[in-house]
Design a binder for this molecule. Structure first.
Ligand code: SDX
Length: 429
C-alpha cells in the first residue's frame, strides 16, 4: 500500500484533507489540528486509545507483535547485556554511552545520592504505617524546595542536573520510606557500591552488623529496573508530560507521575497481583478465580493481566517469568505463589474470554514474586517500579522541553451538562 499522506473527510457536504504524519516505525498519525475549523467538531477518544499525544523518539512498542525498543534497542538485548544505569543514560541521551561517558554519568549519579538532612524531618510527619508511595510522592515533590538553584526548565544544564538528582535520589528516598515504616534509622548511600547494590544496602543494612549483599539479588533487581525503565506514553508518563507542559519543575512533574503510577490499573498492579495470588492461595482455587474474573457482576479482575497496547505477550512478562524460576532457584526460595501464578496463567490463556479479548500477563504479573524473594515487602513493590520509571519519566520530560513550539496540554470535552439557565433565588426553589 502506498504511503498514506492524507485522509479526506466530508462534513456538511464539504470535503477536506487532513495530513498524515509518517513514523519511523509503527502506525502513521492523522494530524487533526484543522478538524475543528474544517468540520466544527472535536475528536472524542476517552482513555486516548486511538490518540497520539506527542511525537517521541524514546521508546517504541508494537502491541500486536509484542515488541519493545528503548531508543531502537530491543528490550531482550538490553535485559541480557546492559545495566539499569546504562539504560537510564540511553533513555536520556539517545545513544549508548562510551566507557568515558558512562564513567562520567555514574560519577555524577553517585555524587548526588544523598537527600538533604532536613528532608528526613518530613518523614516524622507520617504515621509509621503510611503507604510508602504516599511518602515517596510527597518527598519527591518537596525536592523543589531544596534544589531551587537549578530549576530553570528552559536551561538544558538545569534539566540535566534535575535528571541526575532524580535518578540518584530516588533509591535513597525509597529506602528511607521503607526504613521509616519499620522503625529503622535511615541509611546513607555508599558511593563505592553500584546503583542497585547501593539501594539494597540502604534498604537492608543495619548499624549493628555489616550486610552481606547477594549478587544474585542485585542482578535480578537491576534486570527488573531495566524492564520497568520506560514504556512510551503510559498513564504516568503522560501525566509527567502534562504537568511538565505547564512549566512545572521536574520534581513536581515526577511526583505527579508517582501518584499516577500508584493506581492498581497501572503500576499499583504489582502489589495487587501478590495480594490476589495470596487470596487465591492454592492452584486448586485457580478455576474459581478465572470464573470470577469473567463475571461482570464481580469487580474481581486478574491483576497483572491485560494491557491497553499489548494484544500479545508483554515481552517484559516473558523475561520476568523466566527470571522467576532462575532467581528463586539461585536464592533457594520455594514460593508456592509461583505455582499459583503459573496455573492462573495457564488457565486464563486457555479460556475463550481471555483469548478473545487478547488478555495476556503483563509486566506486573510475575514481578512481585521476585520482589518477595528479594525480601522486599509487598507495599514497596510499586516503589520499585517508580525508581526504575524515573529514568523514563525524566527522559520524556526533557524531550518535551527540547521540542520546539511545545504547548501546554489542554484537551477539550463533549459537554453533556445543562443548557443555559437563570439563577433562582433560594425562596423560589
Ligand atoms: C501497567 O500503559 C502501559 O504501558 C502501562 C505499563 C507500563 O509499563 O507503564 O505497561 C504498566 O500499567 C501494566 C497494566 C497493569 N494493570 C493491571 O494488570 C490491572 C488489570 N488489567 C486491567 O485493568 C486492564 O487490562 C488494563 C487497565 C491494563 C487495560 O485496560 P483497557 O485497555 O482499558 O482495557 P479494558 O478495561 O477496556 O478491557 C477490555 C476488556 C473488558 O471486557 P469487555 O468490556 O470487553 O467485556 O477486557 C476485560 C475488560 O473487562 N479485561 C479484564 C482484564 N483486563 C481487561 N477482565 C479480567 N481481568 C483483567 N485483568
Amino acid at each position: 500500500m502506498s504511503e498514506l499522506d492524507k485522509i479526506t473527510l466530508t462534513a456538511g457536504g464539504k470535503a477536506f484533507d487532513l495530513p498524515v504524519l509518517q513514523p519511523t516505525l509503527g502506525q502513521p498519525c492523522v494530524d487533526i489540528a484543522a478538524l475543528p475549523k474544517e468540520s466544527g467538531c472535536f475528536t472524542f477518544d476517552p482513555g486516548f486509545g486511538a490518540t497520539a499525544s506527542t511525537k517521541s523518539a524514546i521508546t517504541y512498542i508494537d502491541g500486536d507483535a509484542g515488541v519493545l525498543l528503548y531508543r531502537g534497542y530491543p528490550i531482550e538485548q538490553l535485559a541480557e547485556k546492559s545495566s539499569f544505569l546504562e539504560v537510564a543514560y540511553l533513555l536520556l541521551n539517545g545513544e549508548l554511552p562510551s566507557k568515558e561517558e558512562f564513567a562520567g554519568f555514574e560519577h555524577a549519579v553517585s555524587h548526588h545520592t544523598m537527600m538533604h538532612e532536613s528532608l528526613k524531618h518530613f518523614f516524622r510527619g507520617f504515621h509509621h504505617d503510611a503507604h510508602p508511595m504516599a511518602m515517596l510522592a510527597a518527598s519527591v515533590a518537596s525536592l523543589s524546595a531544596f534544589y531551587h538553584d537549578n530549576l530553570d526548565v528552559d536551561d538544558p544544564a538545569d534539566r540535566k542536573m534535575a535528571a541526575i538528582r532524580l535518578i540518584a535520589k530516588m533509591p535513597t528516598i525509597a529506602a528511607a520510606c521503607y526504613r521509616y515504616s519499620i522503625g529503622w534509622p535511615f541509611s546513607y548511600p555508599r558511593n563505592n557500591l553500584e546503583y542497585v547494590e547501593r539501594f539494597l544496602h540502604m534498604m537492608f543494612e543495619v548499624p549493628s552488623e555489616p550486610l552481606q549483599l547477594n549478587p544474585v539479588a542485585a542482578k535480578a533487581l537491576d534486570l527488573l529496573f531495566i524492564l520497568h525503565a520506560d514504556h512510551e506514553q503510559n498513564a504516568s508518563t503522560s501525566t509527567v508530560r502534562l504537568v511538565g507542559s505547564t512549566g512545572a519543575n521536574p520534581y513536581a512533574s515526577v511526583a505527579a507521575g508517582i501518584t499516577a503510577l500508584w493506581g492498581p490499573a497501572h503500576g499499583g498492579a504489582n502489589e495487587a497481583v501478590l495480594k490476589m495470588l495470596e487470596e487465591i492461595g492454592s492452584p486448586d482455587n485457580v478455576e474459581s478465580a478465572v470464573r470470577r474474573a469473567k463475571d461482570k457482576n464481580d469487580n474481581f479482575r486478574l491483576m497483572g493481566f491485560g494491557h491497553r497496547v499489548y494484544k500479545n505477550f508483554d515481552p517484559r512478562a516473558k523475561i520476568i517469568r523466566e527470571m522467576c524460576h532462575k532467581v528463586l532457584a539461585e536464592l533457594g526460595v520455594n514460593d508456592p505463589l509461583l505455582e499459583v501464578a503459573m496455573k492462573l496463567e495457564e488457565a486464563a490463556l486457555k479460556d475463550e474470554y481471555f483469548v478473545e479479548r487478547k488478555l495476556y500477563p503483563n509486566v506486573d504479573f510475575y514481578s512481585g514474586i521476585i520482589y518477595k524473594a528479594l525480601r522486599i515487602p509487598t507495599e514497596m513493590f510499586t516503589v520499585m517500579f517508580a525508581i526504575a520509571r524515573t529514568a523514563g519519566w525524566i527522559a520524556h520530560w526533557i524531550e518535551q522541553h527540547e521540542t520546539p513550539g511545545a504547548r501546554i496540554g489542554r484537551p477539550r470535552q463533549l459537554y453533556t451538562g445543562s443548557g443555559v439557565r437563570d439563577y433562582v433565588p433560594v425562596d423560589k426553589r
